[in-house]
Design a protein around this ligand. Structure first.
Ligand code: CMC
Length: 391
């Protein structure tokens, strides 16, 4: 028989058991494998967190160095990938390009991983962690008409991402410790968030035993939307629009509350956090520090702070428990780093990559069945067929 109830948006449906990320939306708690997000953001580097998420334990120094060396040794992408990038128009959105390139990787790397072989699994993991930052950097550089190059094998993972993105003509962004640390922190904060839209997508695509790269490509598409990862771009565009419009935050607050107006306050609200988003707290502090350290005075930051204050004291937002989320402040930091607005969601994808991999791996190791929700049919019952000429 069919189902009798539906749960639109899966608001109360658990899709799996997971050991990766713990989230308490009422209390504003987020932990990866039992470690608090606050501590990880402060003390760990992105690669340690990636290892922790994927393999379940923090790496020893030896494991960390081997992991990094293996990732570096797999970073070269097939030369034909350059031709694919060249075929995109300059106007292409970087998320569409990134999703396509990730899918294209399946053409150059056998897509079926033998999940019963630990070595096979490990090799696919380091392969994608090595090649993905190259695709990220090249996606941006293609748009800017800059040469597509590799970074440097002597740099850390995050430093190397910046090197690949910015080496000539923007070398100033490469060797700046403040920027490297801030990006490291941002990537850690984005690294996993249990069964969100893109992660559920990765798991469900992977549950048909499609390969890792194909599953990731689908996750990137899911992340693109403005209600999910695309919110970081949407927030900045919203703040810009408010600035252009004279900085009248009250006017936009009124629009956000008007049920006849489709406008939403981007960067506010969350499906799970009904108290505050612990990531937003860390990011807000980081934004202040980065802007102060770099000597950037951004009027957009003032508008953001104004909006936040108004929303936190507004009945509409208080009643619905709408608080700033991870995306509210991240764009301000990316902007200070010189990253173009349409690349913000790509940076989110770079951060979320280890989480997607960890969730895909867990799903396969637990031998989960194919994901296949049911529905409640509300269409016509049986109707007699009429031939075309008689309709
Ligand atoms: N501005 C104005 N009203 C809002 C907003 C907002 N940003 N978010 C929710 N509401 C209202 C909504 O209209 C509804 O009101 P009512 O009960 O009167 O109909 C109520 O709050 C509940 O909202 P919902 O849409 O039913 O909640 P949801 O859990 O389905 O949606 C959300 C969660 C994040 C999609 C939504 O809050 C939203 O669209 N926010 C703006 C986009 C955004 O910032 N997304 C990033 C999410 S965090 C990053 C990530 O991990 O993806």
């Amino acid at each position: 028989g069919g189902v009798t109830t539906i749960d639109a948006g899966y608001k109360n449906t658990g899709s799996c058991e997971s050991e990766i990320t713990f989230l308490d939306g009422e209390k504003g708690i987020l932990r990866y494998r039992g470690y608090s997000i606050e501590e990880l953001a402060e003390e760990a580097d992105f690669l340690e967190v990636a290892y922790l998420l994927i393999f379940g334990e923090l790496p020893t120094k030896e494991q960390h160095d081997k992991f990094h060396a293996d990732i570096k040794s797999k970073s070269i992408v097939d030369d034909d990938v350059r031709k694919i990038i060249d075929a995109f128009p300059k106007s292409a959105h970087p998320m569409g390009v990134l999703s396509s390139l990730t899918s294209a990787l399946t053409a150059f790397n056998p897509s079926s991983v033998n999940v019963d072989s630990e070595e096979d699994m490990y090799n696919s993991v380091v392969k994608i962690l090595g090649k993905f930052p190259v695709l990220v950097a090249w996606t941006m550089r293609k748009k800017q008409g800059l040469p597509l190059d590799y970074g440097s094998n002597t740099l850390g993972y995050v430093e190397n991402v910046l090197k690949m993105m910015f080496k000539q003509p923007n070398e100033k962004y490469v060797q700046n410790k403040i920027i490297v640390d801030a990006l490291d922190k941002l990537l850690i904060l984005h690294a996993d968030h249990e069964q969100n839209c893109s992660t559920s997508t990765v798991r469900i695509v992977g549950s048909s035993h499609a390969g890792l790269f194909a599953s990731l490509s689908a996750g990137i598409s899911a992340l693109w939307g403005p209600l999910h990862g695309g919110a970081n771009q949407a927030v900045l565009e919203m703040l810009e629009a408010i600035k252009e419009d004279g900085g009248d935050t009250k006017k936009y607050m009124a629009k956000a509350k008007d049920k006849n107006d489709p406008f939403r306050l981007m960067g506010f609200g969350h499906r799970v956090y009904k108290n505050f988003d612990p990531r937003a707290r860390i990011i807000k502090k980081a934004a202040d520090e980065v802007l102060a350290d770099l000597g950037v005075e951004d009027p957009i930051l003032e508008i953001a702070k104004g909006l936040e204050q108004e929303a936190l004291n507004d009945d509409y937002f208080v009643k619905r428990k709408l608080y700033p989320n991870v995306d509210f402040y991240s764009g301000i930091i990316y902007r200070a780093m010189g990253i173009p607005t349409d690349m913000f969601t790509v940076m989110f994808a770079l951060g979320r990559l280890p989480g997607w991999i960890a969730q895909w791996r867990e799903m396969r190791l637990r031998k989960e069945p194919i994901g296949r929700p049911r529905q409640l049919y509300v269409g016509e019952t049986l109707r007699p067929f009429k031939k075309l000429e008689k309709r």
